[in-house]
Design a protein around this ligand. Structure first.
Ligand code: NBY
Length: 835
């Protein structure tokens, strides 16, 4: 690397090879310097917010030195890079993670203590980076952590939303959305005002014949929006490798505003134009697993994809390689279909801008390995489709290219299946509906060399249902599985430091954080009394911490010795929070019906819910309302006392998950079988010593395979029976489970208030075919909860289950996922730094 630096700068570069600080004294000096210079404040006036800012700037300085060296080395070695394209990166807080990954948290703790601060208070000042909805966005964040920790040359590409996922407030039991303006001070990003890309929209396409007599397309007119890069350093754990997350922000072209319009007195329209441009990266769409076909969303997708590809191509062209080598230098992973336009855009660049022949260009675009597509859902309402007219209007040249891709694809299919007209209709990229639609998943499959699902069941389902025809067409090898994982750095070491230290003390080092399979050695200790005692104490301490948080935020006292039963995730009918709350009501009625002496013998429980409903998802909002309504009755019922508490935690997000996951005894992953592609919080809870109650769905199945059937509580109908059950509901006679019917009667009596509000939830089960099989699974759910209670009474045994499960969770590290993608999909190698 050194030799690549121009002579005059080399000496200075060598001097800069020292890290920003090495001791708590040096750290303190850096903090003071940042308070006084970067923040322009006096130390007399340094509150926790200022201390947070200065601490972050001190760590940022450190990270950016590592960032520079990592990028230099990757460029110098000309290594193949992975680009992870995701519209969402749900990063959470950065400071704690940065301190732990560079291994300087103790240093910072001592330094901050010297200055009179508690490190937890300082960490708590940070606003979550919440640029995502749920599992899909958090998966991208875990993957970035693993890619850096394993020294892979990898960049994330996304959008720098001014507003992340909304903040949720609960007012009178209802969800209210408040904008999440998080950028007032963000020390973790580096604006690159010199790294910009012009992105074109609208306009028209003209075919002209060039000097060589070739017909070429020219896309002209329309408007230009400028993409500005913001870089976020991604530190690896226990390695100097620091990767990059590049987020694009939109601004109007031509500087601040159009001076011509301004000078001609048209001030308002010049401002309006600027605002229109900035709108593109303004806000994250708050839907999870629902596609709504908004023009601005499509604009976001193209803006982000065009800027990112331009950036990648610019980097590639510096290496002066032939285009054929592009797939050897670049692997792009499409996180869901949201970036599918990248396939079309690359074809456009190669044909229209670089002048390649269509066939050669398409060979490069679909080269192995080039694009990989990860599917995250089989729910029909979540599969992306865009009206042809909208694409035509916004991206006229791209629509032509889509039609050409489709033409060649359908010709290829026709050759294989000459007598089958139906298959052409089914697999066409264009749906011949009114209006016609572009099916993004079909485009993504045709343009990718690998398509993967995110858990075994899910990957099997996509092959046998929604993408069945494509398996016939392209063969089974195009389809594969990479079961999701989570980063043990954030979800064990950071969220549960005491448990992580206990494990490290038993295994002799922290190596397990980078090789999670080493947890299996814990199984040798399941009969070690002292170890079990410490294990149980840590869980209890984590529950005490959550109980304190519950008291502060809801005012409700909960007993930390009660069984903590947690369901935190986006609110969605398929995830079945309604099943959970109906079960809670059933428990309440059962307790109420008991004689006091018998009631006293029951096991106390705290049912904890959390999660956001998409603002336009009315039914999900009703579910939140019912949970809160049940809470206000049950929590104030003197007959019940500590035996049952129902808590709804406001504004569930990543930093709250870090408090909640370590504190659960049991967590609920109870989706209708076949609907939850994987789930990842299930992994977080088990890794923290909680057990789960779940359906045979998504990754629950593989968790069962790993931890053993005795260490998980499964219930409910199987995925293969869902279709028949639904059919029977609609065409046969549909009887409701008698216990559930009693729950409905109680709600309809008005016990929980607003009968009117809740009637739709009941009707969905009773009158509208119970699509999510709430009634079918209710009995099994209740019976399984009885088993949970019984098992929990035997604390000795429970702790053994907890330890055994943790010991067997090694498979679910996102490091394992990254190795599988690197090997089977990207064909990339790590590039460790040797300094
Ligand atoms: O991806 C989730 C799946 O539901 C979950 O089972 C899986 O574990 C996780 C990671 O693979 N999907 C998800 O979170 N999806 C979204 O958030 C999402 C967001 C937006 C849109 C679609 C899905 N959209 O079309 O706008």
């Amino acid at each position: 690397v050194e030799a690549s630096i121009p002579e005059p700068q080399r000496e200075a570069w060598k001097r800069s090879q020292t890290a920003a600080f090495k001791s708590s004294d040096e750290f303190e000096k850096e903090v003071v310097r940042h308070v006084e210079t970067s923040l322009a404040r006096s130390m007399f006036n340094c509150d926790e917010k200022a201390a947070y800012s200065a601490t972050s700037l001190a760590f940022r300085d450190r990270l950016i030195l590592d960032w520079n060296k990592t990028q230099q080395r990757q460029t110098y070695r000309d290594s193949k890079r992975v680009y992870y394209f995701s519209l969402e990166f749900l990063m959470g807080r950065a400071l704690d993670n940065a301190m732990l990954n560079v291994g300087m948290k103790d240093t910072a703790k001592a330094g901050l203590a010297d200055l009179g601060f508690r490190i937890e208070d300082i960490i708590g000042q940070e606003h979550d980076a919440a640029l995502g909805n749920g599992g899909l966005g958090r998966l991208a964040a875990c993957f970035l952590d693993s890619l850096a920790s394993l020294d892979f040359p990898a960049w994330g590409y996304g959008l720098r939303y001014r507003y992340g996922i909304f903040k949720q407030e609960i007012i009178d039991g209802y969800q209210v959305e408040v904008p999440d303006y998080w950028l007032d001070f963000n020390p973790w990003e580096f604006p690159r005002h010199d790294v910009t890309v012009d992105v074109q929209f609208f306009g028209s396409v003209k075919k002209v014949t060039n000097e060589e007599g070739k017909s070429v397309a020219i896309w002209e007119g329309g408007e230009i929006v400028v993409a500005v890069a913001y870089d976020v350093p991604i530190p690896g754990y226990d390695t100097p490798t620091t990767n990059n997350l590049r987020l694009w922000s939109s601004k109007a072209s031509g500087g601040e505003f159009d001076f011509q319009k301004f000078n001609s007195g048209d001030y308002e329209s010049s401002v309006a134009e600027q605002q229109r441009a900035e709108t593109i990266s303004n806000v994250l769409y708050p839907n999870d697993n629902l596609e709504r076909g908004k023009e601005l969303r499509l604009k976001q997708q193209y803006f982000w994809v065009a800027a990112s590809l331009y950036d990648i191509v610019r980097r590639f062209k510096k290496s002066k390689r032939a285009w054929r080598e592009f797939p050897e230098q670049v692997a792009i992973q499409l996180n869901d279909t949201h970036p599918t336009l990248a396939i079309v855009e690359l074809q456009r660049i190669l044909v229209d801008v670089e002048g390649l022949e269509w066939d050669l260009a398409w060979e490069i675009v679909t080269g192995t390995p080039q694009f990989g597509y990860t599917n995250h859902t089989v729910l029909p309402e979540a599969l992306e489709k865009w009206p042809v007219g909208l694409v035509q209007h916004l991206l006229p040249r791209h629509l032509q290219i889509i039609y050409d891709i489709n033409l060649f694809f359908l010709q290829y299919v026709e050759k294989q299946f000459p007598d089958d007209r139906d298959i052409l209709t089914r697999v066409s990229i264009i749906e011949e509906s009114q209006p016609k639609m572009v099916r993004m998943a079909h485009l993504a499959i045709v343009g990718s060399h690998k398509v993967n699902g995110v858990a075994e069941l899910h990957s099997d389902l996509i092959k046998t249902t929604i993408f069945k025809d494509f398996v016939e067409i392209f063969g089974p090898d195009r389809f594969t599985n990479v079961t999701n994982g989570i980063t043990p750095r954030r979800w064990l070491h950071q969220a549960n430091p005491r448990l992580s230290e206990l494990i490290a003390s038993k295994l002799g080092s922290h190596e397990f954080l980078k090789d999670l399979s080493q947890l299996n050695k814990l199984e040798l200790l399941v009969q070690d009394k002292e170890f079990k005692k410490e294990w149980a104490e840590i869980k209890f301490a984590n529950k005490v911490r959550l109980a304190k948080y519950i008291k502060e935020t809801t005012g409700v006292n909960v007993n930390p010795s009660a069984l903590f039963d947690v369901q935190v995730k986006r609110i969605h009918e398929y995830k079945r929070q309604q099943l959970n709350i109906f079960g809670v009501i059933h428990r309440y009625l059962t307790l109420k019906a008991m004689a006091p002496a018998e009631r006293k013998k029951q096991l106390p429980r705290v049912s904890i819910f959390g999660g956001k409903a998409a603002p336009g998802y009315w039914m999900a909002k009703q579910i939140i309302h019912l949970i809160n309504a049940v809470g206000s009755v049950v929590n104030n019922d003197e007959d019940i006392g500590d035996l049952l508490k129902v808590i709804f935690l406001e504004d569930y997000n990543v930093s709250k998950a870090e408090i909640i996951c370590p504190a659960s005894d049991i967590s609920e992953h109870i989706s209708t079988a076949g609907t939850e592609a994987s789930g990842t919080s299930n992994m977080k809870f088990v890794l923290n010593g909680g057990l789960i109650i779940g359906t045979c769905d998504g990754a629950n199945i593989e968790i069962t395979r790993e931890v053993g059937e005795n260490n998980i509580f499964l219930f409910g109908n199987l995925s293969e029976d869902v279709e028949d059950l639904r059919h029977a509901h609609t065409y046969g006679s549909h009887t409701i489970d008698p216990d559930l019917a009693k729950v409905f009667e109680e709600i309809q009596k008005g016990t929980f208030g607003s009968v009117h509000d809740f009637s739709a939830m009941i009707a969905a089960v009773k009158d509208h075919g119970d699509y999510y099989l709430v009634s079918d699974d209710f009995h099994s759910y209740i019976e399984t909860h009885k088993l949970v209670d019984e098992a929990y009474r035997n604390q000795e045994e429970w702790v053994v289950k907890s330890i055994t499960a943790v010991a067997r969770m090694g498979f679910f590290s996102s490091d394992r996922c990254i190795y599988e993608y690197a090997d089977g999909i990207w064909n990339v190698e790590p590039l460790p730094r040797r300094d």
